[in-house]
Design a protein around this ligand. Sequence first.
Ligand code: XIL
Length: 370
Amino acid sequence: MPAHTVPAAPPVWPRIRRHLLVVVAAVLLTLGAATPATAAPAESTHADGKGLRDLAARSGLDFGNAIDTDALAGEPAYRALVAREFSSLTAENVMKWETVEPSPGVDDFAAADVLLAFAKEHGQTVRGHTLLWHNQLPTWITPEMSPAELRQILKRHVFTVVEHFEGRLTAWDAVNEPFNEDGTWRETMWFNALGPGYIADVLRWAHEADPDVKLYLNDFNIEGLNPKSDAMYALVQDLQAQGIPIHGVGVQGHLSIEYPYPEGVTENLQRFADLGLEVAITEADVRMLLPATPEKLATHAQYFDQLLRSCLAVPACINYTVWGVSDAHSWVPGVFEGEGAATLFDENLQPKPSYEALAATLAEQWPQRK
Ligand code: XIL
């Protein structure tokens, strides 16, 4: 099962409403089919050509997205939208271990380097994602390897990858998703072989390989105050007490309108900031049970907007990154059955109410960030 699966609440809709929606959807689809295929490319969203990146820059915030490098190569409208809207890019997949070292000692940075070239051309920064995670590992790494061997290949991986990208990234998600929901350690092959010290090792090695790149710990369901974010807080304090380099905490921001909005988000971001860290929203998306309705899209916009307002309220929150450029490119439908519509742009790359809500919030004055 995917790591992000949380028990799904049963659909609460009256049946009749669902039937009505099917009819409305069918009518809309028929109307849609009548419009020319060339209608309304993403470039036409704003006459002034400005995007979220320009609005965010006024408050010293980077506004990012997770980039599907296949879409970047093959879809001109996707490229145009990414160039216009985002100032920070994260590789959705192509910096993960399975991609960068498909066989032992054989490196492949080709796709990631294409992303970096695009970012340079468009004046965008890039976040590294991720040095160590329990998913998307190459198949040649197995839990049967000895702890000494695992530690050795981990060290080689961290040095090789961080050195390859040296000077070209603002930050690395050095370790991704180290905790369970109750704040206990996730028992990954790394934890089982090496104990919790694997986190300090990765941070030390990465810092040695590139002393300038910011090192983050990143996890989901640590938006608000809860046992999991408490565990992250305690880990950061412990690392700092030992003098281990740690510069930021990444709050992924995978939310669902099926669940209440998390409590204490601003306070939580602020407590990490008070430790002297940067914080970032690294993977924001807000999923819903399909089909989307105007009501659901309004709640969707509210969740995205509350998260942005918390980030803007904490000057140490320097980046707000959405996970997936459009609903056509989002990971959600492939992982959460019956769910989707999780991003700011619909399947035709048209902005949703959430986009308008974020644009309006970014256009407000945020004097505490000056
Ligand atoms: C996801 C990608 O979006 C998918 O394309 C891929 O198949 C699986 O990984 N948390 C993370 C991200 O840190 O790396 C994950 O990305 C989504 C959850």
